[in-house]
Design a binder for this molecule. Structure first.
Ligand SMILES: *[C@@H]1O[C@H](CO)[C@@H](O)[C@H](O)[C@H]1NC(C)=O
Ligand SMILES: *[C@@H]1O[C@H](CO)[C@@H](O)[C@H](O)[C@H]1NC(C)=O
Ligand SMILES: *[C@@H]1O[C@H](CO)[C@@H](O)[C@H](O)[C@H]1NC(C)=O
Ligand SMILES: *[C@@H]1O[C@H](CO)[C@@H](O)[C@H](O)[C@H]1NC(C)=O
Length: 143
């Protein structure tokens, strides 16, 4: 394995080929404990990324939906990161924050999220935010 820092500096965009990726570069496919998954595209040399979140659960119980996400990660060992998901099927927004750990050789994303639902008016503001925890693991790449 090539040492992370020097390797990262040489490339403006990191390749999608997972076999070449250092651990905890978020590029790729991830699945969580609720069977939702997300695909994160190339992470830039500044740690910016975008992707798609496929949720298996929605407040209304409707079928799985895909929504765009954008975020940042630090480019360090076991980096912290954060991203925002713009739910396409509702007025809600979720922000995730977390850290990538290498646990017994496998990457695991430990995250917490806040979901902001649309309140009809300011009187309902107090009950418009939900909080939760999700754990993601990497899905093998598929061609
Ligand atoms: C991701 O990076 C790889 C390797 O640098 C490049 O071939 C590919 O076009 C990039 N994909 C996007 C969406 O930028
Ligand atoms: C990702 O999640 C969506 C929604 O639950 C599902 O339809 C899709 O099959 C999942 N993809 C993978 C690779 O697990
Ligand atoms: C965010 O979601 C709304 C629909 O809920 C959509 O109209 C808008 O284009 C989305 N924004 C982005 C950047 O995808
Ligand atoms: C605020 O919205 C709630 C839920 O829709 C509604 O029950 C309530 O009457 C509204 N209050 C005002 C002041 O509009």
């Amino acid at each position: 394995r090539v040492s992370g820092g020097a390797w990262l500096l040489g490339y403006p965009l990191l390749p999608l080929n997972l076999s070449l990726l250092p651990q905890c570069i978020l590029t790729g496919k991830w699945k969580n404990d609720l069977d939702s998954n997300m695909t994160i595209r190339n992470v830039t040399d500044k740690g910016e990324f975008s992707g798609i979140y496929y949720t298996a659960v929605t407040a209304g119980g409707s079928s799985p939906k895909e929504s765009p996400l954008v975020g940042y990660q630090h480019l360090s060992e076991e980096p912290t990161f954060g991203f925002t998901v713009n739910w396409t099927f509702s007025d809600s927004i979720t922000v995730f924050t977390g850290q990538c750990f290498i646990d017994e050789g496998k990457e695991v994303l430990k995250t917490m999220w806040l979901l902001r639902a649309h309140a009809d008016n300011i009187t309902s503001d107090w009950k418009a935010t939900l909080v939760g925890i999700n754990v993601f693991t990497r899905l093998p790449s598929q061609k």
